[in-house]
Design a protein around this ligand. Structure first.
Ligand SMILES: NC(=O)c1ccc[n+]([C@@H]2O[C@H](COP(=O)([O-])OP(=O)(O)OC[C@H]3O[C@@H](n4cnc5c(N)ncnc54)[C@H](O)[C@@H]3O)[C@@H](O)[C@H]2O)c1
Length: 457
């Protein structure tokens, strides 16, 4: 099941639990605005090439919209290809996928209780095929086309697949030509341009705080428990390192190059050094190699998928031996696997909460830029811990109120808090749950529209 299907399914289930009117439910699913722009640049050899950039802004009830900008070949929308695709009546890009990811950002921000809505976007290109100067030109042209539709209090992009701190620096520079110096228009910037300390580790660190909150609920702690971690990139390696520092035993790790196991616990700093010097997990002396697929069903206390979506499915869910699963990757568990795991008594901490540390520290970056005051790393990490712990208890409250699992506890939080804002808008008092009404709100729906439109259910 893809991201769209899984997000819609979870949202609809949550809507039932909340008793939402079907028309209100539909209004929360429809994006606020979809933007598509043509971006033509000269390549280094002087020839022109055209790409299509896009941005889906899902919802702004709780505050400015927030989400990544990705450069990815799967969303290759060069005009030539677009014409070919239109001719054969098929569409290589899955706009629904981007809509789903934008929607997921709305709910994730609400779960983290940060005053943002959700957005997602990107350019259909293969960044690996472009030189640095071509990427810069493309990013600047894209920014010129959308600068009136993003902004500090409107929509705040961040890095995603195929983009990085450098991309954000180009967007910031180009945007500032039109609007004056505006560091808060993007997050995930280089530190020198107003990026936040602690951002690089934030998602992995948030995963560990989330795990601590869950384990504490079950009378346990990281120390002494065994962990299997799929993925050793940004999120997986930070999670592994912090678990190791807390006395947890990481007994299995995998990435695209292979998998290793050691029942006594892998020396994670050593594995990081090995990966850094060889680029691979293979031939690591401190552990035995293992079948990468076996990692997901390896005997351990806590399984943390930090790589791909859909890795836990009906094919392997029955064989999972972990007691807890912390979803660091986006949608790693298929709904079918969810049901099987629930029957086995496995506790699943959902992605929408477990990997929200990144967007939470992005919010801290935005706050620091607006304050014009930089926090030290300790303050960033401590505040992140407070947010992750509070969010866990908010989810637990929803679980109790609606007699549901943690995934539904998280998914009911999002629509409920967006609705609080809309209700305030309908009655003329526009403020979010924190009482902050300072950000610019854009009209999305009014009460008359909700009752007038006969949505299909
Ligand atoms: N980085 C963030 O801030 C962030 C925030 C929220 C969610 N996420 C999600 O977390 C996941 C990981 O993100 P990341 O930033 O660490 O990405 P990354 O590219 O840094 O790392 C991905 C890791 O997955 C491994 N991998 C790929 N295919 C694999 C396979 N078949 N088996 C085992 N490992 C495999 C790669 O080798 C790599 O180690 C993704 O699902 C991403 O959407 C990341």
């Amino acid at each position: 099941m893809n991201a769209l299907a899984a997000t819609s399914r979870n949202f609809r289930h949550a809507a039932r639990l909340l008793g939402l009117d079907s028309k209100v439910e539909m209004s929360l699913l429809i994006p606020f605005r979809e933007i598509k722009v043509e971006c033509t640049i000269p390549k280094d050899d002087g020839t022109l090439v055209s790409y299509v950039g896009f941005r889906v802004q899902h919802d702004n009830a709780r505050g400015p919209m927030k989400g990544g900008i990705r450069y990815h070949p799967e969303v290759d929308l060069s005009l030539k290809l677009m014409l070919m695709l239109l001719l054969i009546c098929s569409w290589k890009v899955d706009p629904d996928e981007v809509n789903a990811l934008a929607q997921l950002m709305t709910w994730k921000s609400a779960v983290a209780d940060i005053p943002y809505g959700g957005a997602k976007g990107g350019i259909g290109c293969n960044p690996g095929d472009l030189s640095k100067s071509e990427l810069e030109r493309l990013t600047r042209v894209f920014t010129q086309k959308i600068h009136d539709l993003i902004g500090v209090h409107t929509d705040v992009p961040a890095p995603d697949m195929g983009t990085n701190a450098q991309t954000m620096a180009w967007i910031l520079d180009e945007y500032s030509k039109f609007h004056g110096h505006s560091p808060a228009v993007v997050t995930g910037k280089p530190i020198d341009l107003g990026g936040s300390l602690g951002r690089e580790a934030a998602t992995g660190r948030g995963v560990v705080f989330a795990a601590e909150a869950l384990l504490a609920e079950h009378g346990k702690a990281i120390k002494g428990l065994t962990f299997a971690i799929q993925g050793f990139g940004n999120v997986g390696s930070w999670a592994a390192k912090l678990i190791h520092e807390r006395g947890g035993k990481v007994i299995a790790v995998s990435d695209i190059t292979g998998a290793v196991k050691n029942p006594h616990g892998i020396d994670i700093p050593e594995l990081l050094r090995h990966k850094e010097s060889t680029g691979s997990l293979k031939d690591f002396q401190g552990a035995d190699s293992m079948d990468a697929n076996e990692l997901l069903v390896h005997k351990c206390d806590v399984l943390i998928p930090c790589a791909l979506g859909g890795v836990l499915n009906r094919g392997n869910a029955a064989d999972v031996k972990a007691k807890f699963i912390i979803e660091a990757a986006n949608h790693p568990t298929d709904p079918e696997a969810d049901e099987i795991l629930a029957k086995k008594g496995v506790v699943v901490l959902p992605d929408i909460y477990a990997n929200s540390g990144g967007v939470t520290v992005s919010y801290f970056e935005w706050v620091q830029n607006i304050q014009g005051f930089m926090w030290d790393e300790q303050q960033v990490n401590k505040t992140l811990q407070n947010y992750m712990t509070r969010a866990f208890h908010n989810i637990k409250n929803m679980c109790q109120t609606h007699d549901c699992n943690l995934r539904m506890g998280a998914f009911t939080l999002g629509p409920q808090s967006s609705l609080h804002c809309y209700k305030n808008e309908f009655t003329g008092s526009c403020s979010d749950r924190t009482g902050n009404s300072s950000h610019q709100r854009l009209p999305k729906l009014d009460a008359t529209l909700i009752t007038a439109i006969d949505f299909e259910t």
